[in-house]
Design a protein around this ligand. Structure first.
Ligand code: SF4
Ligand code: SF4
Length: 215
């Protein structure tokens, strides 16, 4: 899921400076789980905006704000409230914010910062495990991603700074490559210990990314 955080309220107010009326958009998926743009946060934002002297024309929680057709359809269902607003404040990840900006010519203001693709450890605890490099090497690295877990993203580690299994960048953390080696030994894939992972082909992740499934 996409991990997001709310921007400071003062920054949101600055972005809304010339907009006296606002329509709020939240997302029922990732932003709800992150508690950055679900129903509760949208309601709190509405209260805060009103207290700051703004008028709120309405709000909507879209089931998946990254779904462009759904966003278009849901905003059309609140057309008058959208039309009455000077700006739409979107409490969703960057993909969701752009679904909204594509669906309306109105000023669109981002209320959240998108952080990373995250795993959920438990409620309210998110960890980055994958950096979406487009060329997965987890088979070669015993199921642990060095692109993400190693602060230097080393494909062949450890680096010279590793100290008794701890990372030189964060001495509280285990070295990702020490963990990879331990996992290789555990899983009987220690023959990978001597293999060299080739440089990544970053041409595999052109931007903007696009995938069209066959019909
Ligand atoms: S190698 Fe790491 S960053 Fe790349 S796709 Fe696999 S898990 Fe994601
Ligand atoms: S100590 Fe290990 S995890 Fe830390 S930067 Fe070096 S190789 Fe990466």
């Amino acid at each position: 899921m996409i991990i997001s955080q709310q921007k400071p309220f003062a920054d949101i107010l600055t972005a809304l400076d010339k907009s006296s009326s606002v329509f709020l958009v939240g997302c029922a998926k990732c932003a709800t789980v992150c508690k950055s743009g679900g129903e509760e946060e949208v309601w709190q934002m509405q209260e805060a905006l009103i207290a700051a002297g703004k008028s709120v024309t309405g709000s909507i929680i879209i089931d998946e704000a990254c779904h462009m057709l759904r966003v278009s359809r849901d905003l059309r269902s609140r057309q008058q409230l959208v039309d009455d607003a000077d700006a739409l404040l979107v409490m969703a990840c960057g993909a969701g914010i752009q679904s909204v900006s594509a669906a309306t010519p109105k000023k669109t203001v981002a209320a959240l910062d998108s952080m990373f693709l995250g795993n959920i450890r438990r409620f309210g605890q998110f960890e980055q495990k994958c950096s979406l490099c487009g060329e997965c090497i987890l088979t070669e690295t015993a199921g642990i991603c060095p692109v993400t877990a190693c602060p230097k993203g080393l494909l062949n580690g450890p680096c010279g700074g590793m100290d008794a299994g701890h990372c030189e960048v964060d001495s509280e953390a285990e070295c990702a490559w020490a963990e990879i080696f331990a996992r290789m030994l555990e899983s009987g894939t220690s023959s990978n210990l001597t293999a060299t992972v080739p440089p990544k082909n970053y041409a595999r992740i052109p931007k903007p990314g696009k995938l069209l499934l066959p019909k």
